[in-house]
Design a protein around this ligand. Structure first.
Ligand SMILES: C[S@@+](CC[C@H](N)C(=O)[O-])C[C@H]1O[C@@H](n2cnc3c(N)ncnc32)[C@H](O)[C@@H]1O
Length: 455
């Protein structure tokens, strides 16, 4: 079997990421864009000793679970890998992925797996998009997503999972850059001005646009078009990134139009969102995620709580309403600035925000307060072991672990269960529909024999 060969395959099931699984000549083949029970022609894309990868190129016998993709770019763009699958099957694949991930920890079958929390809108849900600009072979200005494992831009004119109003603004900016001959950045030659854009929107479809350039540029003419034609654009920044890299954003933001922040409403709490703030990419699913985490925590007015990796404080301030005191810890200074503004904006007085790495800052709380519950929502790389060791030492009775990366979450949860914690329940939440990513919420509690004695 060699790369490029076309083979006929019968798809027997799914792997953890929704790839079809088939067998040929004794080796397992993981087939993208293929569904269980289908017969397909597939092109081999990667060969290992005991397994290979392939991409379905022709569906000979389609499954009843196949749907027509509304996206015209799904062949090139590596963004959404489950566009061809009915939503209920996508949810089943995601539930199975989470249960499988916990199988080592759940040897005694004691964990309660709740059904996946489904997404209301499986298209148009993304509230943040980042798009590099470039030129095609005919020197037309294009934008899109990088092809998998490459710096080649797949040109698009809209993204189906992105907000439709954002799609309109992005397309307008492309026309503007083209008509006014703003030189688009070429990474190889390290030449040009316009690198691309980042746009985020709030629950009212109001938008913040970040124009990414290699040097300061006069966009005043573009802003007059926003004023006349795009009233939903409420804030514009220029981000200046002169570096030779395909990392698009630098830390150098210049505010150039109207508001400095967007106002987002999450569970009735108002948030000032700045250009660099972390915010969950799907507003409705984010509210469901937080509500599920709050349900698991079963908070009361007597409790002191920590919200580790708190970002701009969106979980922290939802917790504040329900407890005696909450401490939010976050490493990014701007996010903590935002969090403190948000606290004021909502007249919340029982939240304290601490800026610094969780692994260090949590130690300062060890002898200050008896903590009854801790929420973790770490970045994809998970928690530092030093942080987990302090949590274990503090004997915090309840942990609510929220994660967008099941692999690192399992690593950390495993570490906690090898000490004095056990997993009670797990809920998958579909935030990133049409992609194989999954958000998970897990409740852990201290084993009885080690429970802390309240002061
Ligand atoms: C997945 S986000 C969660 C944000 C927030 N809980 C929310 O739902 O909007 C992870 C956050 O952890 C922060 N972070 C990353 N490493 C950190 C560390 N070592 N200590 C504290 N915060 C960290 C990031 O800046 C980011 O805001």
């Amino acid at each position: 079997m060699e790369v490029g060969k076309i083979v006929k395959l019968e798809i027997e099931g799914y792997d953890m990421n929704g790839l079809g699984v088939a067998k040929l000549d004794g080796i397992v083949i993981f087939v993208s864009k293929a569904l269980k029970d289908e017969v397909v022609l597939a092109r081999i894309t990667n060969v290992h000793k005991k397994y290979a990868f392939a991409e379905a190129t022709k569906i000979i016998l389609p499954s009843v679970d196949r749907i027509l993709s509304p996206c015209s770019y799904s062949t090139g763009c590596g963004g959404c890998d489950l566009l061809h699958m009915k939503y209920n099957v996508e949810c089943q694949v995601k539930e199975a992925k989470v249960i499988h991930a916990f199988h080592q920890i759940n040897k005694d079958n004691s964990i309660l797996f709740n059904p996946i929390i489904k997404n209301k809108n499986i298209f148009g849900y993304r509230n943040k998009i980042m798009l590099p600009f470039g030129y095609d072979e005919d020197d037309n200005v294009i934008y899109g997503f990088y092809e998998k494992l490459s710096h080649h831009i797949i040109s698009i004119d809209k993204c189906e999972i992105s907000n439709p109003y954002v799609n309109e603004v992005v397309e307008f900016i492309r026309r503007y850059v083209s008509v006014f001959h703003i030189q688009v950045y070429n990474e190889e030659k390290h030449q040009g001005i316009f690198r691309g854009i980042m746009v985020r929107n709030n629950y009212k479809n109001e938008m913040m646009v970040v124009l990414i350039t290699t040097k300061a540029y006069d966009f005043s003419n573009l802003l007059t078009y926003f004023e006349s034609d795009f009233p939903l654009v409420k804030s514009v920044y220029m981000n200046i990134n002169p570096n030779k890299t395909n990392v698009m954003l630098s830390n150098d933001y210049i505010h150039i139009y109207k508001e400095k922040t967007l106002i987002e409403d999450i569970l009735g709490i108002q948030f000032n969102v700045s250009a660099g703030s972390f915010m969950q990419v799907n507003h409705d699913a984010c509210e469901k995620l937080y509500l599920e985490a709050l349900r698991m925590a079963n908070l009361t007015k007597e409790m002191n709580v920590i919200d580790a990796y708190c970002g701009m404080g969106s979980i922290t301030l939802s917790i504040a309403k329900r407890v005696k005191h909450v401490y939010g810890i976050e490493i990014v200074e701007d996010a903590i600035l935002n969090a403190n503004q948000n606290k004021k904006l909502n007249n919340i007085t029982n939240a304290t925000f601490i800026c610094g790495p969780c692994e260090e800052e949590i130690k300062k709380l060890v002898n200050v307060e008896q903590i009854d519950c801790i929420f973790f929502d770490p970045p994809r790389k998970g928690c530092e072991q030093e942080f987990l060791d302090t949590v274990i030492e503090m004997k915090i009775p309840k942990i609510i672990y929220i994660s967008c990366n099941i692999a690192t979450a399992i690593r950390d949860i495993n570490y906690l269960t090898k000490s004095n914690y056990k997993v009670l329940e797990v809920t998958p939440c579909d935030i990133f529909s049409k992609t194989s990513h999954i958000e998970t919420i897990c409740q852990l509690s201290l084993r009885d024999e080690t429970k802390h004695i309240p002061k």
